[in-house]
Design a protein around this ligand. Sequence first.
Ligand code: PMP
Length: 528
Amino acid sequence: SNVSAEEPQLAEPHLGAVLASAGLDAEYVRAEGNILYQRGEDGGEIPVVDYAGGYGSLLLGHNNPAITAYAKELLDAGVPVHSQFSLHPEAAELALALNRIVRRETGDAEPFFAVFANTGAEANEAAVKHAEMDRGIRLGALLESIGSGLAAVREAVRDGSATVPTEVFTRLGLGPHAAGAAALDELIDHINAHNEAQAQRPPVFLTPEGSFHGKLVSTVQLTHNEGYRTPFRALAAQARFVPLDQPGALRKIVDEERGTLLGLVVEDGQVRVSEQESPVICAFILEPVQGEGGIRELSPEFVREIQEVCAEVGTPVIVDEIQSGMGRTGDFLAGTRLGLRGDYYTLAKSLGGGLAKISVLLVRASRYQGQFELIHSSTFAKDGFSNRIALKVLELLEADDGAAYRRAAELGDRLLAVLGSVRDDFPEVVKDVRGRGLMLGLEFHDQSGAAAPPVAEAARAGLFGYLVAGHLLRAHRVRTFPTASAPGTLRFEPSIQLSDDDIAWLESALRDTCDIIRGGYQRPLALP
Ligand code: PMP
């Protein structure tokens, strides 16, 4: 490094100190496949097997040779990287390739339009913005048609072709009224005031408890973790968090939030009140397999309930496949096996092949508002380099009739079997192992009553997983981290370049760690 020890540390020093406290302050000098290398004191390389996998961005491994070779080719050829506001045939090709894969898996006949962005949270922000724009347009159209209906009723009452029965007034809580122009005006004022109040309600988002959808202004309000979310509550629309696997809970929340718009119609010469669903609930956003929430796959029953209730109230479903997608679970989309059909999909992480920063929002054609393209953009989005890298990633995933997906599924089964054998041998230490493909989690039993005071203290602070991660790194050169919102669960999200040796390496590291925990820390964890 060119920075001397006397210089102040100005790049997020607080985070560095937190990492150091668990012995996680490692520096890596090279990366290849499933391995990161540290520099040893003798100048040699020390390999670390990587189960954090870039938090999901490295399904194809660090510096995948096919991707780095292609990147060099692109740079040598001088492809335009920043040519905003010009035609991007490679982006059109990427959108078509994504459509072919998504439609093959979901069986959905409708096309999806693609809006490109840079990060996962940004793609979700775009989804939120698009859904809100669409909601505003639908709300405006409803109010307009109600307005024309009211004008027509006024005309019909004026020319005597319709009368207003008293029950119309009582129904709206206005008390009995004599029919007449003044009474009709009062009725219409009441309806307009009701509709105006409905239209002014802020949008409501729904998302399962445990969700993680990013840390930007609107997406952090859809991220369940209170530490991330609550300091910024005032900045954006709020979500209702739906408990997992409590049949009926979603419907109850929807019934609490939904609203109606009122109108008037004439039927057989009589004025009647009409009611329509007001689009208050902007979107339901979910991860088919929750990542940061502790590697939890949604149940097919919950997915079915979500689809039914959302269809009933006309709420679009945003499927966040940022961590679970791109083949990690053995399908391109983790929602495929759950029978999930989204109106929006977001993809990021492994879409950039571990080299480019790219994310994409896919929007069902029948929901798509083309004006969005004119009011949402980023300097860096849809750049010529990232688009082409993403196309290469899709080509690699789809090669040999989807060999990469099969590899992710098969490696995942083997890894899960190993985690399961550790759980079976240490049931008093390991509470659960779960996940699908190369998106696996191992949850420890609560250690807040552990015999070793520093361990108990860390566990009470929600940091036990970080102590274990520090031990795995320092004692075993295994890199992993707890999931961000469920710190008692370790994540295992390696690349499809994972080898048998890597799996055996992890197994012995986990067995040693579980042995220490079961032994009441008589033998200590390797901490700084
Ligand atoms: N959604 C999910 C499901 C994620 O796992 C993440 C990142 N952990 C994000 C969104 C946010 O992505 P990014 O970090 O690229 O903003």
